[in-house]
Design a protein around this ligand. Sequence first.
Ligand code: HEM
Length: 420
Amino acid sequence: MSEDAISLFDIDTLKNPYPAYRTLRDTQPVYFEEALNIHVVTRYDLVREGIRDTETYSSRYDQFLAGSQMVVFQQASPEVQQQLMAIADQMVETPPTMLTLDEPDHTKYRSLVNQLFTVSRIKSAEVAVQAIIDECIATMSPGPVEFMSVVGFPIPLRIIGDRLGIPLDRREFFDKAATQAASALRLTPLTGEALLDRTQTAVDLQRFLIDLVDARRANPEDDMITILANSKLEDEDRLLTHGECISVLNQFLVAGHETTSSAFGWGMLLLCQNPQLQDELRGDAKLIKTFVEEVLRLEAPVQGLPRLVTKDTVLGDYSLKAGDMIMLRYGAANRDERQFEAPDELDIHRKKAGAQLAFGAGVHFCIGAPLARQELNLGFASLLNAGRNFRLGETDSAPEAEASFILRNLPRLDIVYDAI
Ligand code: HEM
């Protein structure tokens, strides 16, 4: 691939960015992507530098995300725009918390939310997580299966729904709303009707979450929303406002399920493409652990996230100015041969597979990583115990990633397998 030809926004490149990443790492490890007016960082050491130096590279990129949504908004007709504004007027304002904040404000929310993901909490939820996995896998039977609709999407969605404490009779609404919230990150054009539906659902979701927060304040239960609703910010000795609660919960909804679904899908595809691994992995929790890290390394569900440059600086030998946006491309860093030997290969014996950056690193390291790892480790162990000879189904088209710039997903995956 020639240097000049590269645009990460090209449809084929969105579906398979890895050849472009390789060229970029070698020739322009920081590269200006005109389509988004952003400088994309692809080399492992530089991505790490961008993550670590939080003074120079700020997480206050909420304006950038809002700007991207504005592009989608502007593509709608004037009538639809008017209706959208009327719906959006009902939105509760949500301040940034965690993902798009810097220290020290970031720390005050992060330390409150940390208690939801302690080792002991994750451990004690194991039985419940396993039960959901078993139920979903029980809906499959040997033969042809569309893996994403029976396992890949439902497992993480049901687990986050349970952990948050979403009442069972509102699950259908919750599933739709959470899926739509994540779809906003795709930055893809929508019909006016779909855009209106998504915006109305976002308003309904806010209302629903506020009611739930109030209900858990009045009658606490054993779930995440209860803890969030009733914990105080340490320094300010106060409960979170409704807006703050929604902001945190939105991050769980967006970050918390499509990412894990994505890893289920890519993991299953990699098992089908490397059939010799299936017997070796079956029953070996330690190898499955490395396998999961390799899946995350090879197919990072979050391919990249932005940072705002706060002062004139140099990254590698590339000059950046205060106000520039950069994008840390975790998906490219994870295949950097300067960091990982034979980076395009799945190696279930790889030493330091955990050095992959799919969960980011540093102060913003994914707070849900222990939960995601638990789901994936238990999930693949159970899948391998439920069947053998997982292989691709005979359909007209090969499995294809969705053309998305931030999330990397397989919308469908047709497989076939045999009874154990
Ligand atoms: C395989 C699954 C997942 C992947 C690949 C993933 C990826 C990431 C990445 C790359 C970041 C770092 C953001 C940055 O650099 O600015 C992050 C942060 C975050 N993730 Fe995840 N995530 C996953 C699962 C989850 C789950 C299950 C939850 C919650 C239920 C979650 C909640 C969050 C939150 C709240 C943050 C913000 C943390 C902060 O800024 O301090 N994620 N995630």
